[in-house]
Design a protein around this ligand. Structure first.
Ligand code: PRX
Length: 657
């Protein structure tokens, strides 16, 4: 945990927005009284509550018990068998949704008139057929129930097809974000012991091809575990195919049958691993299982986005993050609505691309990240103003705290003051949204994720587990299990216990600092550990430090986050070079490229500073607090009494001026 345990809040937001009357009248939850009553009931009888919710899903065999809680291990819907792919597809066909568009996809390239070159509308019936075929194709190359399959793809429909095909046959997937490097693929493949990688020749981003297959080639050089690489054709450029290892998606699909009944899987069968950064160097494989995740994502999606059959819902997150797993694919398809996927950048070819997509496809529900909103805000309202956004009914945000200014801009210029905004708080670990307004019920306050969803017992505690009074900062914790919760860190039970269940014994520790106001609204203040959020993406300082130190010219490195107008936080790196190596702008460039190449472009530091010594305590701990202060304010005013070498700070300060 960060040094200095007092958490102070500086936000004093007073504005309140009540749900629009017509929206509330038609919503799943229509008033705050309704919310409160159901919330109470969900905590008074959680088993009864979740059994009722799960009745909306399809099970091959019903559960014997709703929850078996043996802290910190939870099993949900014990004894049941089900299949998430079945619930996303077959169940929708049974409900008469076969002709409904399941995936509405838009590729990035545009023609001379600025119209998208590639648009696909895939109905539930067609998606079902494509998933079955590809599931059979996976079987034909030897993928079996329980095998971990790595997926490294652009935002194209095949990505969702691959996930649903894995889920159908019980092969857990591990999706690696397409912006990550070969090293990141290797680490994840090795940790998951995965022999199959599904990729594409490339994907379009800002008018250029991201050469995904070439990156997988580099990874396969470094990891002998990779035996088979399945390649979807997207960009059509010339790529190298290694005989015996690489196969084309369309080739293995040739002759594969359209008939592939979904495998009845145990409720706790592993659905996927998703790697995320923590406060130590190595990304951890967050493990999610079948039934609880399925029920939780379907339910939270329905309530928070107030999904209705004719919705065209668009979440802009890449599927490589948890937001894409839960609220582009699984939670949304289970509701039988249309999920929109866009391949490319928000500013290609111009800054109105998102707004043109909303106009073109009559998007009704739109879910994006504060960092994107701030970037749009900087470009000015003329971009959204020239588009017809009247189809929008609801807006959402996720990934980091949204500053009230960005919230107000979103409300005014995208929601045109009509649309409720849901600021949704959750994590890779939580599987789905835990704290959020219900759009027809909860009055919102800009910058607050408001109140916990049903069944979620969120509290602000101090280190001893004492609940904090209103408006006092503390640690955001969850005191009871919920169906979407992680079941572990793959292969590392000790880390699972230590990271989430030991800081404050007996409760789930989120790693976030927060306060709750007198109305019971949660205000998230950010991480209290060494995790930083750059554009809403989670990066561990220790992870980036170890990448720096792996460079032959670097002796020591300390990485901290500091506030940035657009990305929320940015990375500052303080570097001590090896003896005899002189700091220079070219070394800065070299190190910056090294980090981008090893981790991915999102980890590129904004600032690199050289120092002959890092500020440390007498026991040798790097004083990140001082470095954060230096990166933020350019000076250090805080307490330096435990600092070993005062000169180190003075020298860093001099370098700045
Ligand atoms: O610090 C919180 C922040 O994002 C962290 C989780 O990151 P990740 O696992 O990458 O998942 C992001 C998408 C679900 C949290 O610990 N966070 C997420 N949503 C919010 C948020 N902070 C403030 N407000 C939010 N709405």
């Amino acid at each position: 945990m960060a040094e200095g345990s007092s958490i102070e809040s500086i936000s004093h937001e007073q504005r309140r927005f009540v749900p629009p009357k017509d929206f509330a009248a038609a919503a799943h939850i229509r008033s705050i009284e309704d919310y409160e009553e159901q919330y109470k009931r969900s905590l008074a009888d959680p088993d009864g509550f979740w059994a009722e919710v799960a009745a909306d899903s399809h099970f091959f065999r019903k559960w014997d018990r709703v929850l078996q809680w043996d802290p910190p291990f939870a099993k949900w819907f014990v004894g049941a068998t089900t299949n998430v792919s079945f619930n996303c597809l077959d169940l929708q066909l049974q409900r008469g949704r076969g002709d409904q568009t399941a995936i509405l996809w838009e590729g990035e390239p545009v023609d001379a008139q600025g119209r998208p070159r590639d648009v696909q509308r895939i109905t539930y019936r067609e998606l079902h057929r494509r998933v079955c075929r590809f599931a059979n194709a996976l079987k034909s190359i030897g993928v079996r129930k329980g095998d971990r399959v790595t997926i490294y793809m652009p935002m194209i429909p095949e990505l969702a097809v691959a996930m649903l095909a894995c889920a159908r046959i019980g092969a857990p997937h591990s999706v690696v974000f397409g912006g990550f490097s070969a090293t990141a693929i290797v680490d994840r493949v090795n940790d998951a012991e995965s022999h199959v990688v599904i990729t594409a020749d490339g994907g379009w981003r800002r008018g250029a091809i991201v050469p995904l297959k070439a990156t997988v080639d580099e990874a396969a050089q470094a990891s002998p575990l990779i035996r088979t690489v399945v390649v979807a054709r997207r960009c059509g450029q010339e790529i190298a195919m290694q005989p015996g290892r690489d196969v084309w998606w369309h080739d293995i699909e040739q002759g594969a049958s359209d008939d592939c009944p979904a495998e009845p899987l145990d409720a706790e069968h592993m659905l996927f691993l998703l790697y995320t950064s923590g406060s130590t160097g190595k990304p951890k494989g967050i493990l999610h299982t079948t039934a609880g995740y399925m029920v939780f994502t379907a339910y939270t999606a329905r309530l928070v986005f107030d999904l209705k059959p004719d919705d065209v819902y668009w979440c802009t997150a890449d599927i490589g993050w948890i937001t894409g797993h839960s609220y582009v694919v699984y939670g949304i398809l289970q509701n039988g609505v249309t999920t929109l996927m866009y391949e490319g950048a928000p500013n290609f070819p111009e800054w109105d691309r998102f707004w043109s997509i909303i106009e073109r496809h009559r998007v009704t529900k739109f879910y994006t990240a504060p960092t994107a909103i701030r970037a749009f805000m900087k470009q000015g309202p003329q971009w959204p103003n020239r588009r017809d956004l009247s189809s929008l009914k609801l807006l959402g945000t996720v990934g980091e705290p949204i500053n009230p200014e960005a919230w107000m801009w979103y409300h005014a210029h995208i929601g045109t003051q009509r649309c409720p905004i849901v600021d949704t708080w959750w994590q890779t670990e939580t599987g789905g949204i835990l704290i959020s307004p219900l759009p027809g019920a909860t009055p919102t306050k800009p910058g607050s994720a408001t109140r916990p969803l049903f069944g979620v017992d969120a509290a602000i505690l101090d280190k001893s587990g004492q609940e904090q009074p209103a408006n006092s900062g503390g640690y955001l914790c969850i005191r009871r299990p919920w169906p979407g919760m992680l079941r572990g860190i793959y292969g590392d039970e000790a880390r699972f216990r230590r990271q989430y269940w030991s800081e404050i014994p007996g409760v789930y520790f989120t790693g976030d600092g927060a306060r709750r106001d007198a109305d019971g609204y949660f205000w998230i203040m950010g991480r209290v550990d060494d995790v930083i959020k750059v554009s809403g993406h989670r990066l561990g300082t220790a992870e980036i430090e170890s990448v720096f130190v792996a460079h032959p010219k670097v002796a020591e490195a300390a990485v901290v986050g500091f506030p940035d107008e657009i990305t929320g936080e940015a990375i500052a790196a303080f570097i001590t070079l090896k003896t005899g190596i002189a700091p220079s702008p070219s070394i800065k460039d070299e190190l910056s490229r090294h980090v981008a190449h090893t981790v991915g472009a999102i980890a590129r530091p904004k600032v690199i500073r050289f120092t002959d010594a890092l500020p440390k305590t007498r026991s040798g701990k790097i004083m990140r607090r001082l470095l954060r202060e230096l990166a933020t304010k350019g000076t250090v005013e805080g307490d330096t009494t435990t600092l070993e070498d005062f000169g180190s700070i003075a020298r860093l300060r001099e370098e700045e001026s």
